[in-house]
Design a protein around this ligand. Structure first.
Ligand code: NAD
Length: 522
C-alpha cells in the first residue's frame, strides 16, 4: 500500500475507461488549452463522480510530453508582450475573471461537489475562496509593487523593484480544485509571468471550466495554458521542462520531494512545494469543551478528512480526556454521510477507491500498533452508498503517547482520528511536534499564557486558537514548515515566489560618486 497520497492512484485511474457510462450523463469533453487553442490528445481518461462511480463527469485528454512542450513554448512566446503590460492592465483582466466566477458561482460550486465529492456548502466555499483570490489579486495591481529608498549618495535615487521570472508551471491537488489553482496562477500572471497549469487528474472537469473562464476573461493566447493528464507523464514533463523557471506545486510530500530533487539540478529553476500534514488539535485542561468538541469534529471530518490541514490527532490533557472523548464520539455517531449535493450531508465520499484502501490501511495499522478502537468505521455499502467511495469515521485512542508508530505519524488523508492522552502543555507540544510535518495546529484553551506557549513552541504554518485546524483567508499566507512546505506560502505574499527582487539605482549628478567612500579617481 502507498503511504503517501496519490502514488498508487494514478494507475487505478488509468483503468477507469471500462466504467459504464450512464446514457444520459455522458459528461463534459475536456480539452487541453494551448496557445489559445482547444486541443485533444491521442489518449483520454474518464473523470468519475466519487459519490456514484457510474456517473462519468467527463472525458479528458492525456496531454503528451510534446503537447506539454508546446504549452511551455507558447507561454515563453507570450511572456515578452505580457510582461510589458502594466500591472493595472493585467489586474483588469483578473478583475474580469472575478466577475465571471461570481456569475457562474452556483454552477461551479455544483461541479466541485460532483467531481470531488465534498458537500455543496464546501463546494461553494471553494469557489468563493477562488473569487476572493481573484478580487484580492485584482486589487493588488493598484498597490505598490516595490519602493523607492534613500541612497548613501544624495544625487542617487535607489529603488527596489519586482520583475517577473518567466514561465511558471502550476501543479495542483484535487481537494480544492477551484481555489488552489488560483492561489498560484493569479499572482503569477499579475506579476507578468505566463503559466502552464497541470490540474489534478481527479478533478479535470472543474479545471476545464476554469480554463474556459480564463479564455472568456480575455487573457491573451499563451498567457495561461492548461494541460491535462497524470503526474508521472504530463506532470513530470512540465517539471522537467528546461524553459519552466518556477514550479508552484501543491500536493503530497512524496511528490513534492521528487519535484524538489529534480529541480535541484537546474540552477535557474525555483520550486515552491506546499505539501501534506499530520495536524493536531490540542485540548488543554482548561478548555471550553463545547468549543473543543466542535473544533475537533470540524477539523477531523470536513471534506471527509481530506484536507491538508485535517486534524488526524486530538492531543488531549488526561484531566479532560474522558469527557472530551465521550462528547466527541456522540457527535461522530451523528455524522450524516452521503452524496454532497444533499443538503443534510456532513461528510461526502472519499475521492477514489485508492483513497478507501489507504484509509483501510491506516486503520489496520492503528489496530496493529495497539490503538484502542473507539469507533470502528466501515465502508458503506447500502443502497444510497453502493456506487460511491463512502466510509465512516474511524476513531481510536492511546491512553498515553506511543512514539514511533505509523498511525500517529503518517498523513491518512481520510476520516481517521487518534485521541492521545498527555500530561500537561509541555508534553502536548512535544507530541504535536513529533512528526515530519508542520502545517496546521489548533489549541483549545481559555488561558492566554498557555496559547502563547503553544504559539511559540509548536511547529506550524497555520495556527488557530479556539478554532478548528482548518480555514483559510486569501489575504493570509497559507503554507507549512518542515515536510509541509519549503517556506513560500500560497495566497498572501505569493507574489514573492514568482518575482525577482531587483535593486535599481539612478545617478542624477554629472559625476560618479560611489557608496562607502569608494575612490573614483584613476
Ligand atoms: P498528489 O501529490 O498525489 O498530486 C498532486 C498533483 O501532483 C497532481 O496534479 C498530480 O497529477 C501531480 N503529480 C503526481 N505525481 C507527479 C510527478 N511525478 N511529477 C509531477 N507531478 C506529479 O496529491 P493529491 O492526492 O492530489 O492531494 C493530496 C495531497 O495534497 C495531500 O498530501 C494534501 O495534504 C496535500 N495538499 C496540500 C495543500 C497545501 O496547501 N499544503 C493543499 C491541499 C492539499
Amino acid at each position: 500500500m502507498p503511504c503517501e497520497p496519490g502514488v498508487g492512484r494514478i494507475r487505478a485511474q488509468q483503468t477507469m475507461s471500462s466504467v459504464l457510462i450512464h446514457p444520459t450523463e455522458a459528461g463534459v469533453t475536456a480539452q487541453n488549452y494551448i496557445n489559445g487553442e482547444w486541443l485533444a490528445s491521442d489518449s483520454t481518461f474518464q473523470s468519475l463522480n466519487p459519490a456514484n462511480r457510474n456517473h462519468v463527469v467527463g472525458t479528458v485528454p492525456v496531454a503528451s510530453r510534446s503537447q506539454v512542450r508546446d504549452a511551455v513554448l507558447a507561454a515563453k512566446a507570450a511572456f515578452p508582450a505580457w510582461k510589458n503590460k502594466s500591472w493595472v492592465q493585467r489586474g483588469e483582466i483578473v478583475d474580469n475573471l472575478s466577475q465571471l466566477i461570481k456569475r457562474d458561482l452556483e454552477e461551479l460550486s455544483r461541479m466541485v461537489t460532483i467531481e470531488c465529492g465534498k458537500p455543496i456548502n464546501e463546494g461553494r466555499a471553494d469557489v468563493v475562496e477562488a473569487l476572493h483570490m481573484a478580487q484580492y489579486v485584482a486589487g493588488l495591481s493598484r498597490l505598490p509593487i516595490g519602493h523607492a529608498i534613500s541612497s548613501e549618495i544624495p544625487a542617487k535615487d535607489a529603488y527596489i523593484l519586482r520583475k517577473p521570472k518567466g514561465v511558471v508551471g502550476v501543479i495542483t491537488p484535487w481537494n480544492f480544485p477551484f481555489a488552489i489553482p488560483l492561489w498560484g496562477i493569479l499572482p503569477a500572471v499579475l506579476a507578468g509571468n505566463t503559466v502552464v497549469f497541470k490540474p489534478s487528474e481527479e478533478t479535470p472537469i472543474v479545471a476545464h471550466k476554469l480554463a474556459k473562464l480564463f479564455e472568456e476573461a480575455g487573457f491573451p493566447r499563451g498567457v495561461i495554458n492548461t494541460v491535462h493528464g497524470f503526474g508521472e507523464d504530463t506532470g513530470d514533463a512540465l517539471v522537467k521542462d528546461p524553459d519552466v523557471n518556477v514550479m508552484l506545486f501543491t500536493g503530497s510530500l512524496a511528490v513534492g520531494k521528487m519535484i524538489q530533487q529534480s529541480a535541484a539540478s537546474e540552477v535557474h529553476k525555483f520550486v515552491v512545494t506546499e505539501m501534506g500534514g499530520k495536524n493536531a488539535t490540542i485540548v488543554l485542561e482548561d478548555a471550553n469543551l463545547d468549543i473543543a468538541v466542535n473544533a475537533a469534529v470540524l477539523g477531523a471530518f470536513k471534506t471527509s478528512g481530506q484536507r491538508c490541514v485535517t486534524s488526524g490527532r486530538m492531543i488531549v490533557d488526561k484531566k479532560v480526556e474522558a469527557q472530551f472523548t465521550e462528547r466527541f464520539l456522540e457527535k461522530v455517531k451523528r455524522i450524516v454521510i452521503g452524496d454532497g449535493l444533499r443538503d443534510d450531508v456532513f461528510m461526502g465520499p472519499l475521492i477514489s477507491q485508492e483513497g478507501v484502501k489507504k484509509w483501510q490501511h491506516h486503520n489496520a495499522k492503528a489496530k496493529e500498533e495497539g490503538g484502542e478502537i473507539l469507533f470502528d468505521g466501515q465502508v458503506l455499502t447500502g443502497p444510497d452508498h453502493a456506487n460511491g467511495n463512502f466510509v465512516e469515521p474511524f476513531v481510536y485512542r492511546f491512553a498515553s503517547y506511543k512514539p514511533d508508530t505509523f498511525c500517529l505519524k503518517e498523513e491518512a488523508f481520510s476520516p481517521h482520528v487518534a485521541i492521545i492522552g498527555v500530561d500537561g502543555i509541555e508534553e502536548a507540544v512535544r507530541v504535536y511536534n513529533d512528526t515530519k510535518y508542520g502545517l496546521a495546529m489548533a489549541v483549545i484553551t481559555e488561558d492566554y499564557r498557555k496559547f502563547r506557549y503553544v504559539r511559540d513552541n509548536a511547529d506550524y504554518g497555520l495556527g488557530y486558537v479556539n478554532l478548528p485546524s482548518i480555514g483559510a483567508e486569501v489575504h493570509l499566507p497559507f503554507g507549512g514548515v518542515k515536510g509541509s512546505g519549503n517556506g513560500h506560502p500560497a495566497a498572501e505574499g505569493a507574489i514573492e515566489a514568482v518575482t525577482h527582487k531587483v535593486a535599481f539605482t539612478v545617478n542624477h549628478a554629472h559625476e560618479i560618486v560611489m557608496a562607502q567612500g569608494l575612490s573614483t579617481t584613476l
